[in-house]
Ligand binder design. Structure first.
Ligand SMILES: Nc1ncnc2c1ncn2[C@@H]1O[C@H](COP(=O)(O)OP(=O)(O)OP(=O)(O)O)[C@@H](O)[C@H]1O
Ligand SMILES: [Mg+2]
Length: 423
């Protein structure tokens, strides 16, 4: 197990016709030419931590994982595992195991052989080094015997000491993942979830210092996904292996990660514990990406520190905002409010008059999609109790939970922080 550190990591691919590196970014690497896919990534994953990398498609998550695994070269920067810089090490020397989205199982090998495959490669070089010539000849003979009896019934198989170690390891891992009864099957005889567990088993069996998982659940249906999700978390807690898990699914990120790193366009936007990310997003991108349905935004003006004005409403924020909003007096800001912090309220100056466009009754909750009556382009979504009776086309008033309002710089998108200790 080990701490993994990425220090100012950049990656650029040669540009194709019509593609340019975004020169305007403050983190653009002057040394890099081509398309900058990763820009100044700084990330420290603690020993035994479950770190989730989340971000929209194409933001560079897989590239980052492939760089860690040694499958892709970095353009600039350093990667450390423990005290060791691993930039120049070959993938097999990095002691990391990667689980891919498409499982990547060998179709002609049984589940047992798929799990044992990596272990054989791991043990064989050690055997070679540790033996003199006459010993080696005898080992080769035994290996030949072991290989040629592998497909026979167990009682007729010859097992060398290494084979026995491998067998014990495969069985332990199979028991952990509850796939003992599948060991003799070929991948084509397995369901998606079972294949996924075999792929995990193959990674676990090697006892690597680091697990790298790239969207390992995306081929599973919703139920199996939820089941496997909790299984992976339990397993990781049990094994305590440093894990970097990539997903674009924010529910997975929120429920699995000790911490989450949110990425966008090759840059890390924020690294934080799940609830911190949810309650105190660093910027508009994180606020919108984490949470479903996403946060609502309204353009407002700030007057006399705490007064918020908008053509359709005006309200006074709690005192906690006093210092944070002082520099913005007379300026425009973005107000962010999550759907669950809106509720039906009376007609009032501080409330929002909206027209209902869509009602989605999910049984446990009712989501409504609305627009401001005087500003049809401003869409607001609200999460309401399941028994709420609202119909499409109706005009209703929405009330904001003032304690839950967030403010963002309209230009940069950065969150304006207030001091929670003042609460
Ligand atoms: N070998 C390559 N050559 C050129 N561009 C590449 C190469 N590999 C990836 N890219 C580009 O790098 C960007 C990041 O790709 P990456 O696969 O890391 O995204 P991702 O975040 O994993 O997305 P997804 O969620 O869709 O898997 C994309 O714009 C992709 O087109
Ligand atoms: Mg990817």
């Amino acid at each position: 197990m080990a701490r993994v550190v990425l220090e100012k990591v950049y990656k650029s691919f040669p540009s194709r016709k019509g593609e340019n590196s975004p020169e305007s970014s403050p983190n653009a690497n002057p040394k890099a030419s081509g398309v900058n896919v990763l820009r100044c990534i700084n990330l420290a994953v603690e020993d035994g931590e479950f770190m989730v990398l989340v971000g929209p498609s194409g933001c560079g998550k897989s590239t980052l994982l492939r760089i860690l695994a040694g499958l892709e070269e970095l353009t600039a920067g350093n990667i450390y595992v423990g005290d060791r810089a691993i930039n120049t090490l070959a993938p097999k020397e990095r002691d990391m195991a990667m689980v891919f989205q498409n499982y990547a199982l060998y179709p002609h090998l049984t589940v047992y052989e798929n799990i044992a495959f990596g272990l054989r490669r791991m043990y064989q070089p050690q055997e070679k080094v540790s033996q003199t010539w006459p010993d080696r000849v005898s080992v080769w003979g035994k290996q030949l015997l072991s290989r040629s009896t592998r497909s026979l019934p167990p009682q007729l198989q010859y097992l060398s000491p290494t084979d026995q170690t491998i067998r014990d390891r495969v069985r332990t891992v199979a028991a952990l993942l509850q796939i003992e009864n599948l060991l003799h099957r070929l991948p084509k005889q397995l369901s998606g979830g079972q294949k996924q567990r075999v792929a995990l088993g193959r990674a676990i069996a090697r006892s690597p210092q680091v697990f790298l998982m790239d969207e390992p659940l995306s081929n599973l249906d919703a139920k199996l996904r939820a089941e496997t999700r909790s299984q992976i978390v339990k397993l990781q807690r049990h094994l305590q292996t440093t894990t970097i898990y990539v997903t674009h699914d924010q529910t997975e990120a929120m429920t699995m990660g000790d911490r989450i790193a949110v990425m966008n366009q090759g840059e890390i936007q924020q690294i934080a514990h799940p609830l911190e990310l949810y309650n105190q997003p660093a910027n508009r991108f994180v606020a919108e990406f984490i949470g479903s349905p996403p946060m609502n935004f309204l353009s407002v003006d700030i007057k006399a520190p705490l007064l918020i004005t908008h053509p359709q409403f005006r309200l006074t924020l709690p005192e906690t905002w006093l210092e944070a909003l002082r520099p913005y007096d007379g300026r425009s800001l973005l107000l962010g409010i999550r759907p669950e912090h809106l509720s039906l309220g009376p007609a009032a100056v501080k409330n929002l008059e909206v027209t209902v466009d869509l009602v989605e009754a999910l049984g446990n909750d009712t989501y409504i999609t609305t627009h401001l009556t005087q500003e049809p382009e401003t869409v607001l979504q609200a999460r309401l109790p399941p028994d709420t009776e609202v119909i499409v086309g109706e005009t209703v008033w929405l009330s904001m939970n003032l304690e839950k309002i967030l403010m963002f710089n309209a230009k940069t998108g950065n969150a304006i922080r207030f001091d929670p200790l003042l609460k």
